[in-house]
Design a protein around this ligand. Structure first.
Ligand code: HEM
Length: 641
C-alpha cells in the first residue's frame, strides 16, 4: 500500500505545482485525486466561469478538502462529564453545552482555532513598518464605493455579525507603542499610539504552544443582542414574557452612563445600533407569537425559544440574503441556498423535510451536527479576512423621509453627517435626533465602501477605541496600522503563504496580483521584490476581484469553509432544528422568513413599501429589482448573470 502511495504521489507531482507536493503527500489517495481536479481548474483560472452546476461541484470538492486540511484545533476546552443535550434545549448565555461531546466548545473565553499553521513573526513585527504600510497602501485617497451592489446596511450588518462572533482578549497589563517613521510622519494622523497586545495563553499542545481567546461566543447565537455571558444577558432582559429592553421610539435604551443597552456595544455606531434595535423588536414579536400559541410558558421559556428563533432568522438572512448580494453570481446564489435548503430546494424541503445528506437536503436540519473531528471555534484567519473597515464611508448622506419618494423610490438628500458624529456615545445622541426610519432609509440608499487599496477611512486612523463595557479609552489608535500589526502579532500567515496553505496558487510576481501599474510601483516601494512579505490585508485589498464578488477570492475560501461550519457544527441548526426545540410557531417563523425585507415588513411595513425599489434590502435601494430569469438556476452560465 505504501509503495502504491509513493508511486501515485510521484505521478501526481508531475501535474501539481511544487508548492503543494508536501501537503498532497499527506493526503489520502482520494483526496489527492480530488485536489488534482481542483488544482487543474485553478491553473486554468476558470472556476468562476463554469456553468452553475459544475461550479457547485468545484466548490463542494474544495470545501471538502478544506474541511480535511484546514481545520486546526488550538488548546483544550473544558470537556467534563458528557451531558445530555436534552437537558439544555436552549442557547446558554455563554455558549457552553452546544456541542454534546465538548461542553466548552464555542463558549465565551474559548480558544480561537486556526485554518493555517501559525507563522511566527516576532522578528518581523515591524517589517515593513505598519504605519508605512497604512499610509502608503491603505489610507483613503479618494472614496471608492461598491456602486449599487452593497449598501450601508450591508456594511453595518457584517459588523453586527462580527459583534456576534469574535473579539480577541487583550493583555491589559502591558502596552505596545508604534511610532510613525519619518518618511510618513507628516501623513499620519497620530505621530505615535499605544494599545494593549493580544493576550496569549499556553495551549498544552506540542505543535501550537500558545493561542488567543475569544471574548464573544463564536456560535451564531445572536450575542450582539443577548451578550456573551450571564451578566450582560441580565442587563438586556426585562424578565417579563421573555422580552428584551427597547425604547418607545424603537431605538436602544441607555444606562445611567448613556451607554446603550444591548448584547455588545463595543466600538459600535448608529448603523449597528439600529440593527440591534430591529432584532430586539423581532425577538419581542416572537415572544408574543409563541405566548399566543402556548400561553402557559413562563418568562424564561419564552426568552429561550425566542432567542433560538431570532438567532436562526439572523443566520438565515445572512446566508440567503446578505451573502448573495456580497457574492452576486448565480453560482453563489445557488450555493448559499443549497447551504440552507439543499440542492433539492425550498419547496421540496418544506414538503418532505430534510432528505439525504448535506448536499441534497442542506446543512440546516442535518440529523447530527458535524465538526469534522475538530471542536467548533472561529479562527485567527477568519478574523483577518473580516478586517473590512474599508466598507465605511466618511459620512452618512442623511435623507429626508418626510416627503414623497423621488425616482426609483429615492428620498432627497438632507445633509451629510460625518462618521465621527455617528460612532460610540456621541453617535447614540445623534441617532436619537435622526430616528430609526431616517437612519435606516439613509443607509439603504447609500453604497458602502469598496474593499480596495487606498480606501481605508482617515477617521479610523485617529480613533478612540472602547473598553469591553463601551466606555472610551484614553489612547487613540491608528486602526489601519494596528490591523497590520495584529495579523503579524497573531502569527497569521502573510498573503502568499496564506494562499498556499489554502491550496490556492500563490503569486510569483506583483503582476500576478494586480494589473494596476501604480499599485505595483508602491508595492515595490514598500516590499521590494519580495512577494512573500506582502501583508495579508494588503493582498486581499489589491487582488483582482472575481466579477460580482465584493471580496477577494482568497478571503472567499475562508468564507466557503467557515460559513458552512457555523451551520453544520451547531446542534440548534442541525439535530435540534425542529418544532420540538423551537416550538411549532417558532419553527414556522424561521421557515417563512427569507430576507431582511421580511423583517422590516413586520416591524416597519411603510419602509419597504415607500423606499425600497431593489430586490434585496442589502443592495442600494433605488436600484432596479432583479430581472426575471427563466433559465433554471443550476443550468445557468455566468454570462446570464
Ligand atoms: C464605526 C465602525 C467601526 C469601528 C469604530 C470599529 C472599531 C474597531 C476597533 C477599535 C477594533 C479593535 C482593534 C484592535 O485592537 O485590534 C476593531 C476590530 C475589528 N473590526 Fe471594527 N470597527 C468598525 C466597523 C467594522 C466593520 C464594518 C467591520 C466589518 C467586518 C469590522 C470588523 C472588525 C474585525 C474583524 C475586527 C477584529 C476583531 C478581533 O480582533 O477579534 N469593524 N474594530
Amino acid at each position: 500500500m505504501a509503495f502504491t502511495k509513493i508511486l501515485f504521489n510521484n505521478i501526481l507531482h508531475r501535474f501539481i505545482c511544487k508548492d503543494f507536493h508536501e501537503v498532497v503527500s499527506s493526503m489520502t489517495i482520494i483526496d489527492a485525486f480530488l485536489f488534482l481536479i481542483v488544482h487543474s481548474v485553478d491553473k486554468l483560472r476558470i472556476w468562476p466561469k463554469l456553468p452553475v452546476f459544475l461550479g457547485l461541484l468545484y466548490l463542494s470538492v474544495r470545501r471538502h478538502l478544506h474541511q480535511q486540511y484546514n481545520l486546526i484545533n488550538v488548546g483544550k476546552s473544558p470537556c467534563g462529564v458528557r451531558f445530555n443535550p436534552e437537558d439544555y434545549p436552549y442557547r446558554t448565555s455563554d455558549g457552553s453545552y452546544h456541542d454534546p461531546f465538548n461542553e466548552g466548545a464555542g463558549s465565551q473565553g474559548s480558544f480561537f482555532g486556526r485554518n493555517i499553521m501559525p507563522v511566527d513573526q516576532t522578528d518581523k513585527l515591524m517589517k515593513p513598518d505598519p504605519m508605512v504600510v497604512a499610509t502608503k497602501l491603505l489610507a483613503r485617497t479618494q472614496y471608492k464605493d461598491t456602486d449599487k451592489q452593497f449598501n450601508m446596511i450591508a456594511a453595518s450588518w457584517i459588523q453586527f455579525m462580527i459583534h456576534d462572533w469574535i473579539d480577541h482578549m487583550e493583555n491589559t497589563n502591558q502596552q505596545v507603542e508604534l511610532i510613525a517613521p519619518k518618511e510618513v510622519a507628516n501623513k499620519c494622523p497620530l505621530s505615535s499610539f499605544k494599545f494593549y497586545p493580544t493576550k496569549e495563553f499556553p495551549t498544552g499542545f506540542y505543535d501550537i504552544q500558545t493561542g488567543t481567546k475569544n471574548i464573544r461566543t463564536p456560535w451564531w447565537d445572536g450575542s450582539a443582542i443577548y451578550g456573551s455571558n450571564k451578566e450582560r444577558l441580565q442587563k438586556v432582559r426585562t424578565f417579563t414574557d421573555g422580552k428584551l429592553k427597547i425604547s418607545e421610539d424603537g431605538l436602544l435604551q441607555h444606562d445611567e452612563d448613556r451607554i446603550p443597552i444591548s448584547g455588545d456595544i463595543r466600538n459600535s455606531w448608529d448603523g449597528v445600533s439600529v440593527l440591534q434595535a430591529l432584532f430586539i423588536k423581532e425577538h419581542n414579536a416572537v415572544c408574543d407569537a409563541i405566548k399566543k400559541e402556548l400561553p402557559d410558558l413562563n418568562d424564561e421559556e419564552l426568552y429561550r425559544h425566542a432567542r433560538l428563533v431570532t438567532s436562526a432568522v439572523i443566520a438565515k438572512i445572512h446566508t440567503i440574503d446578505w451573502t448573495v448580494e456580497l457574492l452576486k453570481t448565480d453560482m453563489l446564489l445557488a450555493g448559499m441556498r443549497a447551504n440552507w435548503y439543499g440542492l433539492l430546494g425550498k419547496k421540496f424541503k418544506n414538503t418532505f423535510g430534510h432528505v439525504g445528506h448535506a448536499l441534497l437536503g442542506g446543512l440546516v436540519g442535518l440529523r447530527k451536527p458535524v465538526n469534522h473531528g475538530v471542536p467548533y471555534s472561529l479562527t485567527e484567519e477568519f478574523t483577518s479576512v473580516y478586517r473590512m473597515h474599508q466598507l465605511l464611508p466618511d459620512s452618512l448622506h442623511l435623507r429626508n423621509t418626510d416627503v414623497a419618494p423621488g425616482p426609483n423610490k429615492s428620498p432627497p438628500l438632507l445633509k451629510d453627517v460625518t462618521m465621527p458624529d455617528l460612532i460610540g456615545q456621541k453617535g447614540e445622541k445623534t441617532l436619537s435626533q435622526i430616528g430609526f426610519t431616517r437612519q435606516f432609509v439613509s443607509m439603504g440608499h447609500q453604497a458602502c465602501g469598496g474593499l480596495e487599496l487606498w480606501n481605508y477611512p482617515a477617521w479610523l486612523r485617529g480613533l478612540i477605541p472602547h473598553d469591553v463595557d463601551g466606555k472610551e479609552r484614553h489612547d487613540h489608535v491608528d486602526l489601519a496600522a494596528l490591523e497590520i500589526y495584529r495579523d503579524r502579532e497573531r502569527k497569521v500567515a502573510r498573503y502568499n503563504q496564506f494562499r498556499r496553505a489554502l491550496l490556492l496558487i500563490p503569486i510569483s510576481k506583483w503582476e500576478d496580483l494586480t494589473e494596476d501599474k501604480e499599485v505595483i510601483e508602491v508595492l515595490k516601494e514598500v516590499y521590494g521584490d519580495d512577494v512573500e512579505q506582502l501583508d495579508l490585508m494588503v493582498g486581499l485589498m489589491a487582488e483582482k476581484k472575481i466579477k460580482g464578488f465584493s471580496i477577494s477570492e482568497t478571503a472567499f475560501i475562508i468564507f466557503l469553509l467557515m460559513a458552512s461550519r457555523r451551520l453544520e457544527a451547531d446542534r440548534f441548526f442541525t439535530s435540534d432544528f425542529n418544532e420540538k426545540t423551537y416550538t411549532k410557531k417558532g419553527f414556522e417563523w424561521v421557515n417563512t422568513t427569507e430576507s431582511l425585507k421580511d423583517v422590516l415588513n413586520r416591524h416597519y411595513p411603510e419602509i419597504p413599501k415607500k423606499w425600497i425599489n431593489s430586490t434585496s434590502a442589502f443592495s442600494v435601494w433605488d436600484s432596479p429589482p432583479n430581472a426575471p430569469n427563466h433559465i433554471p438556476l443550476y443550468l445557468r452560465l455566468p454570462s446570464s448573470n
